[in-house]
Write a protein of this length. Sequence first.
Length: 137
Amino acid sequence: MSGDADIRIAAAVIVDACGRTLLVRKRGTSAFMQAGGKVASDETPEEALAREIREELDCGLAGSPQPLGRFLAPAANEPGRMVEAELFAVVLDGEIRPAAEIEDAIWHDPADLASVILAPLTRHHVLPLVPSLRRNA
């Protein structure tokens, strides 16, 4: 179980046919990260992920999220806190339209560690996974 300092999240690793991953940036912040968010006490990580994708990207999930594991990293937007992230490979159903607190969404080359500010979870855990998840589209 997570400790008091951990923020429990579910995050989507979305990869296109070119091997790029979808990253989002929340309004008023500088770090790009995966779409997703906090898991409520009454929902599973998969339910939280589906809810967050609807809220943040205004689209759904095609098929079931594929678990990639649980990872711990410093929180990008809450200094001194850690995120405990359940990562899932997902395919989106519908057009991406940034909504809610999402100010920007980009397709990012996982080899590029310098052109944008990356959340610690994204830099150290997600981007190394992306090459193995390239979609066959």
